[in-house]
Design a protein around this ligand. Sequence first.
Ligand SMILES: [Fe+2]
Ligand SMILES: [Fe+2]
Length: 180
Amino acid sequence: MANKTFLTDIQTLRKRAREHIEKGAVTEGYHADRETVLKLLNEALATEIICVLRYRRHHFMATGINSQSVAAEFLQHANEEQAHADEIAQRIVQLGGEPNLEPDGLSSRSHSEYVEGDGLLDMIKEDLIAERIAIDSYREMIKYCGNDDPTTRRMLEGILAMEEEHADDLVSLLEQLGVS
Ligand SMILES: [Fe+2]
Ligand SMILES: [Fe+2]
């Protein structure tokens, strides 16, 4: 069931990312389409905030055997997602935009979903799905920025590297629990 949700989400994500990218028009001086970059960054910001909330929920709800180390990992990820959100918000302001932290519509602006998860294993799987969505969406954004906005691209590359680490951490947790 989780796999099915995952495939659908990726397709939606890619479709949406492409829709924004096709609107691209090159401006003078700043060679990316600023409005599109701001829109993509605000979607990434919403994604990070949803990830913070999901990981924090999982941190507090982790119970059972092996739960302590998993709960600690969830908390670490939550804090790192918050740091990503802060970096993105800062970059939005640098580009003359405003970070959209409006709670209404937050989950629909986010690429990944807020899934509470039923038990430790389910939580880890949901977090892994969310990381994989984030990885694909950051890759698309990096490709879009290309050489037109190298500053945003470098920031996104740093975030992508950490999302890949997160996904790897979660796979290791699944292995430790003997379910991978
Ligand atoms: Fe993140
Ligand atoms: Fe992550």
